[in-house]
Design a protein around this ligand. Structure first.
Ligand SMILES: *Cc1c(COP(=O)(O)O)cnc(C)c1O
Length: 387
């Protein structure tokens, strides 16, 4: 054969791969099939690389193991997991009930894309009793979308009871469980039908990869998720899947530290004169503490607190004074972050007075003593600007 041909044939996948601790990062669009029959008639074969070769399959298996799922679908971002799971089970004419405290882009998707395709959305107060919520759900209700604790303000919902009641009315339930990371809370074990999370956050753990997952136990729902991914063409790269799996290995160890440091900072903040309220469901005495304690096995490092009332300029001065907390969205990485929340809270239907400007903190893996010193300094600046 000529060099041109030999270069095409050389260096192909060996029959046997050396066994490493993690899966191979197998890259490929084309999958070579063993014989002509396998092209169309052998459904046990992977026939195309879009939905996952070794690394993606290993990640999906590991997530299924953690969540107690029968199947897990992977998406290129957490938001894509939310939208992909909703599109997989909804059709024109359906209605969905969505917690008012959901991640804001979830709301944007409901109000734009779902609306355009004839699915209507009604928002509910996360504090509404599940009995009332389910009893009042209109006939067209197909799904209840929950997020507990909710984004930014961390209201808890009784997802277990909601799922139980919804099931009796043939309504599906879905949880955006990014806070629980599929580890601190396992929606499927509490009867929720669809467990969704942004792996971007704690599973990735280093603020550098996007990915999301949706998990289910019911074989019909697993098939619907898989079909949805195939039909819409979602795909995640093998490198990203490999990195996610690497993050998953240390998730419990990292979460324990995030949770412990988060509570240490929350307890300290609760004693400060500049602080009106600390909103952390794992804090004993918090309004949602009992619900959290019943269903969750731990806390992550994300919570909020309200400053005593003060002007926006003082809130910004507080944030700008912080040196160990980056100012940025997303969370779940090794580093601490802070944002102001009031701007985002304006899109809510059920507004609540938290006692003053709301700040969300992500507590990273730094020593909490250093973080507390940083916060103390910034709070004194805030006090000076509000006096
Ligand atoms: C960040 C986040 C998402 C979206 O994840 P991306 O990977 O950033 O798209 C979804 N839900 C919640 C609760 C989040 O915090």
């Amino acid at each position: 054969m000529d060099d041109e041909t030999r270069l095409i044939r050389a260096g192909s996948l060996p029959d046997k791969l050396a066994k490493t601790v993690g899966p191979p990062i197998q890259k490929g669009s084309t999958v070579l099939l063993p014989d002509a029959e396998a092209l169309y008639d052998d459904h046990s074969q992977v026939t195309y690389g879009r939905q996952g070769l070794a690394a993606q399959a290993a990640l999906a298996d590991a997530l299924a193991e953690m969540e107690g799922a029968v199947g897990v679908a992977l998406y290129p971002s957490g938001l894509a997991a939310v939208t992909g799971a909703l599109l997989a089970v909804l059709k024109a004419g359906d209605q969905i009930l969505v917690a008012d405290t959901v991640y804001r882009p979830t709301r944007r998707f409901c109000d734009t894309v779902l609306k355009r395709f004839g699915v209507s959305t009604a928002y509910f107060d996360p504090r509404q009793a599940p009995e009332e919520l389910v009893a009042r759900a209109p006939e067209a209700t197909r799904l209840i979308m929950m997020e507990s604790p909710g984004s930014l303000s961390f209201e808890m919902q009784d997802m277990t009871r909601t799922a139980e009641l919804a099931r009796a009315r043939n309504i599906l339930t879905a949880a955006d469980n990014t806070w629980g990371a599929g580890y601190l809370y396992k929606p499927l074990e509490h009867g929720v039908d669809l467990s969704i999370q942004a792996l971007t956050k704690y599973v990735g753990g280093h603020s550098d990869i996007f990915m999301g997952s949706a998990a289910a136990r019911d074989p019909g729902l697993v098939r619907a998720l898989d079909d949805g991914v195939v039909q819409t063409g979602w795909s995640v790269s093998p490198e990203d899947a490999y990195q996610m799996l690497r993050g998953l290995r240390t998730l419990p160890t990292r979460l324990a530290k995030h949770g412990e440091s988060g509570l240490a900072v929350a307890r300290w903040l609760a004693e400060r004169p500049e602080v009106a309220a600390v909103i952390h469901p794992a804090l004993p005495g918090a309004s949602d503490h009992e619900l959290w304690a019943r269903d969750f096995t731990g806390a992550c490092g994300l919570f909020a607190f309200a400053l005593k009332p003060g002007p926006t300029a003082a809130v910004n001065a507080f944030l700008d004074e912080l040196t160990l907390f980056g100012l940025g969205f997303s969370w779940g990485g090794f580093e601490s972050l802070a944002i102001s929340c009031d701007h985002q809270l304006r899109s809510r239907k059920f507004r609540r007075d938290y006692g003053g400007p709301l700040i969300r903190l992500h507590i990273g893996l730094e020593d909490p003593k250093d973080l507390i010193a940083d916060l103390a300094n910034a709070l004194s600046v805030y006090a000076g600007r509000t006096r």
